[in-house]
Each structure stands twice: as C-alpha cells, then as structure tokens.
Design a protein around this ligand. Structure first.
Ligand SMILES: CC(=O)SCCNC(=O)CCNC(=O)[C@H](O)C(C)(C)COP(=O)(O)OP(=O)(O)OC[C@H]1O[C@@H](n2cnc3c(N)ncnc32)[C@H](O)[C@@H]1OP(=O)(O)O
Ligand SMILES: CC(=O)C(=O)O
Length: 546
C-alpha cells in the first residue's frame, strides 16, 4: 500500500509559550529547538517576531537544522496594506523560512474582536498571503475558531480556506481554538472542507479542553488532512495542544497509521522520545507526569506480584508496544534486562561500548537506580550520566579533587550608607599533587563558587577556557523540613555543544557545587582524547627532532 506523507508541525515555542506559568528565555528557546528537532518533526514554530524582545532576538538567525523554521503572526491589520503593515513586515524580515499567519474563520469573532467585516478580513488574508509568498516565504494560515466558525457560518469559514489557497498558501490549518469540538464533528467537518480543498494542503490545530486533542488530530487525519500541529508534552494555552509525544509514537508504531502514513520520524528519533519529554519537563522545572502515555515512568510499570509470571513468558501480555521503542524502560522487580539495554544505548552515546554480560553494567545500573531514588534524574543530565558511568567503570581520570570550599553572603551598608549584598567564594583544589586556592566574587553564591572553581585548575585551566554556564535551574523535590534540592546546570563551549549536569542535596549550595563540578569534569572528559593525542604528537615530534 502506498503511504501518504504526513507532516508534523511543532508549536511548543509559540502556542506552548501561551501556557500559564511558562516563560521561555532565549536560551530556553535555543535548547528546546534542539530537543524538538531530535523528534524528527517537519516544522518548528519559534514564536512571534516583533511581539516581545526574546522572540525578536530568536528570529535574528535561523535556529533550526532540519525542520522548517517558522514565524507566527497575524494577518495585516485593517486599514493598511500588508506591504505597509509593520507586524507582517517583521515576519517577512525575520530569518524564518516559513510564516504562519492567523486569521479569523468565525464571522462573529471578526465583528466582535476585530470590529471589522468578513469582506475586509478575507481581503486582508489574501493580501497577507500574496505578500508573504511574493517575498519568498512558505506560507501557512492558521484559521482560528475554524470549527465553531464553520458551525455558525460555513460559507464564510470555507471561503477563508479557498481564499488562502488561491493566494498561495502552502497549508491552511483548521484550528479548534476553544478546544470544544468532538472527534466525530471534526471528521464530519473536514469531510466537507475536502470538497473545496485538497487534504495535502490542510492541517489541524486542536486544543485539549475536552481531553481529546490527540483524538481530534487523529480524526482529522483519518478524514484527510495531512499536517498536525502540536507541542511537546501537550503544552499550550489553557488545557494545552495536541501532545506530539503521544501522537508521534501512535503514528509510527500503530499499524493502522504506519501502514497508511509516512512521517519524518525514524526509529532512532523515536528511541529518544522519553528522554526528550523528560528533558523538556526538566527545563520547565516541573516533574514529569508519571502516567504520561508512552514516556511516563509508569507507562511500562507493572505490579510484579500480580502480572510477573505472564510478563516473564511474553512481555506483550501487558504492553501495547515495547518500552525500548520509545526509549522508556520496563519497571519490573524480577527483571533488570530492560534497564541494561537502556544503559547500553546511553553508554554508546558517550562512546562507551560494553558487552551486555559485563558485570560492571549491573553495578552501574544499581548505582543509577540508587541515585535516582535519592533525587537524581539522568534523563535531563546526560553529561552527569557520562561522568557517573566513567566513575563506576573505573575509566574516569583523576583530574582534580576539591579539598574545601566556602561561600559567603553578606548584607551591609557601604560608605554611602546604601544597603549592598556582597558574595564571595573560596575554593581549594588539588591538581596533580599541587594545592591551588582561588577566591572570587559573584552576583550570588553559586556564581561566586563557579568563578572561583574555574579560576585556577592548573594544567587543566586551558582546556576549560571556553566553558560557559548557559542555564541554572533549581527544583525542590519534597516539601517540608526534609526537602531535597535538585539543581540542573546547562553548560556550553566554543564547539557549540551544550550539556547538562545535576546535583542533589538538602543544601542548595552543595547541590549547585556538585552540578558545577560535574560540568567541568565532563568538559575535561570530552577534551581528554584530543589532549592525549596532542601530547603524543608533541612527544613524537620531539623524538624525531631529537
Ligand atoms: C488563537 C491564538 O492562539 S492566536 C495567537 C495569540 N498570541 C498572542 O497574542 C501572543 C503574542 N501577542 C502579543 O504580544 C500582542 O498581542 C501583539 C504584540 C501581537 C499585539 O499587541 P497590541 O498591538 O498591543 O494589540 P492587542 O494584543 O491589545 O490586540 C490585538 C490586536 O490585533 C488585532 N488582531 C487580532 N487578530 C488579528 C488578525 N488575525 N488579523 C488582523 N488583526 C488582528 C485585534 O483587533 C487587536 O487590534 P487593536 O489593537 O486595533 O484593538
Ligand atoms: C492559532 C491558534 O493557536 C489557535 O487557533 O488555537
């Protein structure tokens, strides 16, 4: 059976940014783009250039590698042409390859919210699409309130679709903006739209207000649309958007969809799904939902006492897909095999190759599990996993030891009588037998400790020169007096690589220091091979000259 191409459009950085309590920094947007691209989606909608400084800065350069970099904005405002509309021009002058314009497909909203007429709005839609398409952009149109608009005035809603296509839109996206449409209605309405527009130009943008965004996306695909818009972990306005982390494995692993549709998602992308979902939650500073389909910690967890015997004969007795296909793991007390497979994959990402029966693997697995029980989480801290693995496997070079550190925060009055807060840190490290002490000031205790730790690492100083802190996140794991603090530090270097490390302690400074220490250790680990071969070359050269 020949398969239709189904396109996946991620709007985490745009509709996801409209979630209550979520605020993305530029650093967040850059890092989340990398996560989204690991999924193998076709489009990344990065935000709304011109709406706020972060989004404007984000669109100053192309941020995607494989996905089409897309900017969102509204169609031209009434009373001016698209060529003279600063909002439209902001999108056209951005580094985006595609522009997605929102227009209103419900006549009531046009009159009420825009104070305009349907004739004027539809003219504006056509003008905006023609202008953007003439400027060389791939054009998408999000038809806001499409399903409610269709129920109120099908003629107007349908004419928005046909006008956008006539004007040159590559995609017209039918939005269930208020999220109240039922899957059966989606199927029925899309069926009618298909009499006026081809399915390979239609998309669906469902909201989750009745918990059916994923069902509505699938209903629309069944009816004939060929693009789905959604977000990581279902983030989005109010109750969220269609969850791509749920939809993607369904489209790829379920024979009903896999036999009919082809996406850009490969098996390798799918195996990163759990990691991506949890790393995204870590970035949002929220606990991953244990019962999330496919990727939750409970998605493949079984109460061993009840189901163990059947599971041991055949895992499919209680699993609808194999957990490793989505990078998750089975949680059964009587078997550690899946855990080992997971570890082998994670180790190979760091160039560590082990046999499955290597006894050190069992030790590493036990260590990871024991540390995760204490609050560590290696899903969002792959660099800490690499450091831990080398340490347990006995392959971690002894770069430096921290003998002592101290951080001091003082609130006092300066000579002018103003209140000032002064922060200072002292770190003593031992490098190749030599004791080195550094003192630094910072804008807070963690910053001061970071400065002091990196100030003098003796022979290693040169190798960490281009190391920078990109982000710092704190999460309190349990409330009350026994609270445990988890700190995630994101670092980057001149090669463009970014990595995350973790620290856990009842003391926030201790947790931060651990994460900073591991970041430097990871940087030294990753430069170790290059440093050894440079030393060997120098030695060979000296021998040849000598
Ligand atoms: C359904 C959705 O999710 S659509 C996406 C919504 N997302 C956002 O709004 C997030 C980003 N938005 C923003 O930062 C701001 O709204 C901005 C910068 C875009 C505009 O800010 P302001 O100029 O202050 O306008 P404000 O937000 O108060 O109102 C929206 C304006 O856009 C107009 N408008 C809304 N949709 C459209 C449209 N599709 N075409 C033309 N005009 C539109 C409204 O009539 C209103 O015009 P008015 O200022 O003349 O009253
Ligand atoms: C465009 C959009 O986000 C919506 O209609 O929901």
């Amino acid at each position: 059976m020949s398969r239709d191409r189904l396109y996946l459009f991620d709007t985490t950085l745009r509709d996801g940014a409209q979630t209550a309590g979520v605020e993305f920094s530029l650093e967040d947007k850059i890092a989340i783009t990398r996560l989204i691209e690991e999924l193998g989606v076709d489009y990344v909608e990065g935000g709304y250039p011109g709406a706020n400084p972060v989004d404007t800065a984000f669109f100053e350069e192309k941020r995607t590698k494989s996905a089409t970099f897309t900017a969102f904005g509204m169609t031209k405002r009434a009373g001016r042409s698209a060529a003279n509309d600063p909002g439209v021009q902001g999108l056209l002058n951005s580094a985006a390859t595609a522009t997605c314009f929102v227009a209103k497909a419900w006549d009531y909203q046009v009159k009420l919210a825009l104070g305009s007429t349907t004739e004027e709005h539809i003219e504006g839609l056509g003008d905006t699409v023609r202008t953007a398409s003439g400027a060389g952009k791939e054009v998408l149109v999000d038809l806001e309130h499409f399903f409610d608009g269709f129920k109120a005035n099908p003629e107007y809603a349908l004419s928005c679709v046909t006008r956008a296509i006539e004007a040159g839109a590559r995609w017209v996206v039918l939005c269930d903006t208020n999220g109240g449409t039922m899957p059966a209605e989606v199927r029925q309405i899309v069926g009618t739209v298909l009499k006026f527009a081809p399915g390979d130009k239609l998309g669906i943008h469902p909201h989750d207000d009745t918990g059916q965004a994923v069902a509505n996306a699938l209903a629309a695909v069944d009816a004939g649309v060929r693009q789905i818009q959604g977000t990581l972990n279902g983030l989005g306005e109010r109750c969220g958007n269609a969850n791509l982390i749920t939809l993607i494995p369904t489209l790829v692993l379920k024979p009903y969809y896999a036999e009919r549709f082809e996406t850009g998602v490969t098996e390798a992308h799918l195996e990163r799904l759990t990691h991506i979902s949890r790393a995204f939650d870590d970035r949002l500073n929220r606990a991953p939902a244990r019962q999330a389909p496919y990727v939750g910690a409970s998605a493949f967890a079984t109460k061993a006492g009840i189901h163990a015997s059947a599971l041991l004969k055949d895992f499919s007795t209680y699993e609808h897909v194999p957990p490793e296909s989505v990078g998750n793991e089975r949680s059964i007390m009587v078997s550690q095999q899946a855990g080992k497979s997971n570890l082998l994959t994670a180790l190979s990402r760091h160039g560590i190759v082990l046999e499955k029966d290597d006894p050190r693997l069992e030790k590493l697995l036990a260590t990871v599990k024991e540390r995760e029980a204490r609050g560590y989480s290696y899903d969002g801290a792959d660099a800490s996993f690499a450091v831990l693995a080398h340490s347990v496997l006995g392959t971690l070079p002894s770069f430096f030891d921290v003998e002592h550190y101290r951080a001091m925060v003082e609130r006092r009055h300066n000579a002018q009588g103003e209140e000032v807060t002064v922060t200072e840190a002292v770190v003593k490290v031992r490098v190749e037998g030599e004791l080195l002490m550094s003192v630094a000031e910072g804008n807070g205790p963690v910053n001061a400790l970071d400065q002091a730790l990196r100030k003098d690492l003796g022979v290693y100083s040169k190798r960490i020169e281009d190391l920078e802190l990109a982000d710092f996140k704190v999460r309190i794991l349990d409330g009350g007096t026994g609270a445990v603090t988890r700190v995630l530090v994101e670092s980057r270097d001149g090669s463009g690589e970014r990595w995350s490390t973790i620290g856990v302690s009842s003391n926030i400074i201790d947790a931060s220091f651990e994460a900073l220490y591991e970041s430097i250790t990871y940087k030294l680990l990753k430069t170790e091979a290059a440093s050894v071969s440079a030393a060997e070359e120098t030695l060979q050269h000296a021998t040849a000259v000598g």
